[in-house]
Design a protein around this ligand. Structure first.
Ligand code: SF4
Length: 90
């Protein structure tokens, strides 16, 4: 894998890493396809800009998953539980 999967958009605006998109350098998508990095805090953190990536993905049954990493060019995240909306059943 040459590059990490980009997070092209994230609608979870209550997340401490959300700055008009994901600013965490690398997130983990958890087994249920919710973002495991999502957290609500009184501070905002992460990179200065929304250039987040997927560092790891535990959703083994997704068609984009290889070796517990994401092979898609980019994903979108949304919904109340910050789910990966690019999940594709294999
Ligand atoms: S597209 Fe599939 S493999 Fe990639 S982050 Fe989403 S659930 Fe994981």
């Amino acid at each position: 894998m040459a590059t990490m999967t980009a997070i092209s958009s994230c609608a979870a605006t209550s997340c401490a890493y959300n700055k008009d998109g994901c600013s965490a350098e690398a997130v983990t998508i958890a087994d249920g396809a919710s973002c495991g990095t999502f957290v609500e805090l009184d501070v905002r953190g992460g990179l200065p800009v929304a250039e987040g990536h997927v560092g790891a993905c535990q959703r083994l049954e997704c068609a984009h998953n290889a070796d517990l990493m994401c092979t898609a060019d980019a994903i979108t995240v949304g919904g109340d539980t910050a789910r990966c909306l690019s999940y594709t059943a294999s």
